[in-house]
Design a protein around this ligand. Sequence first.
Ligand code: CP3
Length: 358
Amino acid sequence: MLPADHPTHRLDASPFLAACRGLPHERVPVWFMRQAGRSLPEYRAIRGEGSILDAIAQPELSTEITLQPVRRYGTDAAILYSDIVVPAYAVGFGIDVVPGVGPVAEQPFRTRDDLQRLRPLEPEQDTPYVLETVRQLAKELDVPLIGFAGAPFTVASYLLEGRPSRMYVATKALMHTDEVLWHDLLDRLADHAIASLRSQVLAGASAVQLFDSWAGTLSAADYERYVLPHSERVLAAIGELGVPRIHFGVGTGELLGLLARAGAEVVGVDWRIPLAEARARVPKGTSLQGNLDPVLCCATWDVAAAGTRAVLESNAGHPGHVFNLGHGVLPETDPGILEQVAALVHAEGVVHASPDAP
Ligand code: CP3
């Protein structure tokens, strides 16, 4: 149960929350993954040097960075400025985010002893700055705030590889050679995600997104056996709070049904399959989020506009659609193009009253 003064209660008319639930609403909602930061000059002006983890530890700064894209693009939701490695960092695993590289662990996870570096997360003590940012945003925003966490698999991949990876050799090696340790590791990371997401929602987030960005590297069979039970546990724990749950991965066209089955109102779709095809792969009643190829926003406006219209057309007015990119905003994106994409979605997006309308 959410507290009586939770912002969700005054956001009843939010097109974003309605679309997450497949309910009728006025206009197609839009937000952009990685909208906070990256391409915005006003972000670079205040971000400072060094690790993003230092910026995240400053609530005033993180609040302002979260608000910047909402102001500039008129998005229908805000995404908390934070990072998926914050819980592992906060319990002292020994991980940082290196500018231009991404998460780097000096001593990657190798043996059972490394579980000691992953004690339970106590959000009020370990990440008070995240909750302070959420509380400030809950006061200032008039659109829903999306809280988020990394899914156990994607966070595990950083801890095991020690840095961004293409082939996930160490990750798949552990999964297939020591299944018991694999599940113990993912259990701990699922507990982190649950604690983090719960605390974000109770502090004022109105929806959550579970980022399993790199799950697309797995076969459906491996996903189902080694990953699904853990993400399912995370999503079930958050389900009790009653906020919409978005489950996202890249290259997950073959996993969409399983991502929905893990327990999500909304499944993220990358640009590799059209929304109409994605819809056929998830249970009826599941909403979709996506799926403009972010690269199209780095070309001309005509290219971005054609891509945007194709996404709207493929969705065909289904009320269960949150417009987004298929993955995050690329650093070289001209913010002016994203502004125009949001405006075009609002101007031309059509929402039918019922999923079965023509
Ligand atoms: O705008 C938003 O979406 C909110 C903030 C946000 C960040 N990271 C800030 C950030 C969110 C939701 C994330 C999630 C995240 N972090 C994911 C899942 C989303 C996805 O894109 O698939 C992943 C895989 C990470 C891990 C991570 N952190 C990577 C791969 C990088 C990029 C490294 C780089 O510089 O290219 C980061 C750093 C990071 N996190 C930046 C931002 C704005 C960029 C660098 C910076 O400003 O310090």
